[in-house]
Design a protein around this ligand. Sequence first.
Ligand code: NAI
Ligand SMILES: O=C(O)/C=C\C(=O)CC(=O)O
Length: 354
Amino acid sequence: MNSFVYIGRPARVIFGAGSLAQLGAEIEALGARKALILSTPEQRASAERVADLLGARAAGVFDRAVMHVPIETAREARELAARLGADCAVAIGGGSTVGLGKAIALDSGLPIVAIPTTYAGSEMTTIFGITEGGMKKTGRDERVLPRTVIYDPELTLTLPVKMSVTSGMNAIAHAAEGFYSVNVNPIVALMAQEGIAALGRALPAIRRSPQDAQGRSDALYGAWLCGTVLASVDMALHHKLCHTLGGSFNLPHAETHTIVLPHALAYNAAAAPEAVQRVATALGQRSSGAQAVYDLAKDNGAPVALREIGMQEADLDKACEIAMSNQYPNPRPLERTALRQLLQDAFEGVRPVS
Ligand SMILES: NC(=O)C1=CN([C@@H]2O[C@H](COP(=O)(O)OP(=O)(O)OC[C@H]3O[C@@H](n4cnc5c(N)ncnc54)[C@H](O)[C@@H]3O)[C@@H](O)[C@H]2O)C=CC1
Ligand SMILES: O=C(O)/C=C\C(=O)CC(=O)O
C-alpha cells in the first residue's frame, strides 16, 4: 500500500429516525443556551417545529436561506444572531441552509448544529460558498464544519422523489470523483464504496415508495459517507464543470450534477479505469461506471439532458472556454475538443457508449 494522509474531522453525528428529539440535549452538550434557527422560506414550518422543541432555548428563526449564500443574507443572519444573543445556530434543510450556517460560522465562530434534509452532504465538509456581486467564492475552512449533525430520516420523507434522486446523485458524484482523486486513500475509498452502494439501494426504493423508511435511512447514511469523501479529498473535472454550469448559466445544482456525472466519468474512464469501474461495482452493475450512473438517474425519473434544465445550446462553446481556462488535477488532461463533446453529450442526454 502506498503511503497516504487521512484527516478525521471531529463532527458528532446523531443518526436515526426520531433523532431530532435529541436536539435540546445536543445544544446543551455544546455548552450553548440560545439557538438561532435557520431555514429556507419553504421550510419555515420545520424551523418552527424546531423552535417549539427548543422552547426557551430558541432565540428566533431566520427563514431566508437561498441557494449559493448571498453575502447580504449571511450578514443579516449574523447580525440577527448577535442581536438576539444566540450562542449557536441550528440549520435545518439542504445544502443552501447548511451553507448559510457555514457563512455565519466563518466570521463569528458560532457553533453550528446541522440537521440535513437533503443528500447534498455539505454538513460533513469544511467547504463554504458565498456569493458577492454575482460571483460565488468557495473555500475550505475548519471553522465552518458543523459541530453536531443530526441525521433524522423522518425529516426527509417530504423531499419530493425527483429532488431525492437528483440530490442522491449529487452525493454519488462526491464519492465517484473521490475514487480517482489525486489524494484518494484507502479509507476514503471505503467510504466512497459504501456511500454509493447505500444510495444505489435507496434511490429506487424511494422512487417506488417515498415513505420507505429503510430507503430514506440508507440515503442519509450514504449522503453522510459521500459528504465525508468530498470533505477529505480534492474533486476534479466533474465538480469543476458543475460549478461552471451552475455559476455562469444559473443551472440548478443537484440536477446539473445528475446530468454531467455520466459524461465526466466517461471522459475519465480510460485514464482511471479501475476507479471509474468501482462506481459500477458499488452500484452492483456490470455496465461501465458512466452507464451505471446514467441508468440509475434515468430509471428513477431524473433529468439526463442539460437541455431539459434550461441550458442553451448556443452557450456550450462559452461553457467549454470557461472550463478550459481553469486548469486543475484530473485523471485525463483537459482537451478542448473532447470537453466540448462531453458538453454536447450532456446537453443531448445521450447514454455514454462505454
Ligand atoms: N459546501 C459543501 O460542501 C456543499 C455545498 N452544496 C451547496 O448546497 C446547495 C444545494 O443544496 P441542495 O441540498 O441541493 O438544495 P437546497 O438546500 O437549495 O434545497 C432545495 C429545496 O428543497 C427544499 N427542501 C430541502 N429539504 C426538504 C425536505 N426534506 N422536504 C421538502 N423540501 C425540502 C428546500 O427548502 C429548497 O427549497 C448549493 O448551493 C451547493 O453549492 C452542496 C453540496 C456540498
Ligand atoms: O459550491 C459550494 O457551495 C461548495 C461545494 C459544492 O457545492 C459541492 C458540490 O458541487 O456539490
